[in-house]
Ligand binder design. Sequence first.
Ligand SMILES: NC(=O)c1ccc[n+]([C@@H]2O[C@H](COP(=O)([O-])OP(=O)(O)OC[C@H]3O[C@@H](n4cnc5c(N)ncnc54)[C@H](O)[C@@H]3O)[C@@H](O)[C@H]2O)c1
Length: 442
Amino acid sequence: MENQVKEASGKLGILIPGLGAVATTLIAGVAAINKGLSLPIGSVSQLSRIRLGKRTEDRNPLIKDFVPLAKLEDIVFGGWDVYEDNVYVAASKAKVLEQGQLDQVKDVLENIKPMKAVFDKNFVKNLDGTHIKSETTRRELADAARKDIRDFKEQNGLDRVVIVWCGSTERYIETNDAFSTVAKLEEALDNDDKRIPPSMIYCYAALMEGVPYVNGAPNLTCDVPAIEELAQTNGVAIAGKDFKTGQTLMKTIVAPGLQARALGVEGWFSTNILGNRDGLVLDDPENFKTKEVSKLSVLEEILDAKKNPELYGDLYHKVRINYYPPHGDNKESWDNIDIFGWMGYKMQIKINFLCRDSILAAPVALDLALFIDLAQRAGMSGIQEWLSFYLKSPQTAPGLPPEHDIFKQLMKLQNTLRHMMGEDLITHLGLDYYQELVDSIQ
Ligand SMILES: NC(=O)c1ccc[n+]([C@@H]2O[C@H](COP(=O)([O-])OP(=O)(O)OC[C@H]3O[C@@H](n4cnc5c(N)ncnc54)[C@H](O)[C@@H]3O)[C@@H](O)[C@H]2O)c1
């Protein structure tokens, strides 16, 4: 496969529907890094190393030096939003980064102005932006989004483009007949079927333009047969859904540890407060439902009650999100975990995470953009399950249960990179060379 991975030549465009807290923090961070003012902390693609070969070989390059990723200075950002603020103004309003830091990259940020959004208030009740496209039918909107992508590529002299959805969480919807095949989705677009959410229109436009699509929210978007089929037919990579940050990140770190030691879990209560625009949108029960479903799936899969009913059969799992403006983007979460050990004796774990939502999400969005661009250049189309590492509710092939354990997800990500570059996969068995090593020291 090594020879098939095309070089990352030229510029990479990252188009973002939703230039809010996550997107502006990402863009400002990349600008600061490019000016030598900051480091890409939290970005596995930029700062993590990957072991190659046997432990004895001591080969541990940075991932960015091992696989041909786009360079940060070759990235051009653009996007859409329902508010017309440029990225400097939007970042100032989001209040994630300090104003002094934003001012240092003001020249870059104020030049990025959102294109008019594909928007339907029926999917996000708590937003009232007016910077929206005048086209009215779903088909016209899809055509307009396609034109935006083509224009952005041409105007910026880009080699490639990827799209990363950082827009608000849409209200909960389930799949339906219109999303079952490409032909039916096309028909639904022609008929202006109002069941098609804006996020799916962006995604459809991307795939029709040969542009990979990452879904950073828990929206249904690309997790339907029609979009999966389109991605395959057009040879385009997709990944989703919902950036794994904050509380769920903690869950997928702690739960595999408890499960690995065969400790029982009878209750896991998670609650959190946040006061950013994301919190405002999630204050609507229909939008919260989308997030809740995404968050709940994690524990059920890791602690698989069917395989170990004696340990997890009675698990009670509850997730709450509360909108609390004074905290802004600084989300605070509490987890109360009721566990039991030898002879059924009960214990408790309490986690109180004072996190910064967008600080955790920005490097995740960056890595997903860089890796999905790599996948596309490696000729990998359809669902990119190896990117599950970054996602709360990983999209998988139909019928395949998702892997939520972050350590297995990391192994899968690293082995995929080794596979791409023609390196041996690492199983951590080591028996093949262990005795050799012991003999050589004696
Ligand atoms: N911050 C995190 O840690 C995190 C983690 C996982 C997922 N997410 C998800 O990422 C998304 C972004 O989070 P955020 O904190 O930046 O939210 P935000 O509210 O600050 O930004 C979202 C932006 O999307 C815009 N928008 C909404 N609908 C749009 C549309 N149809 N087209 C274009 N723009 C649209 C809004 O106007 C807003 O500016 C949310 O869906 C959130 O649930 C965030």
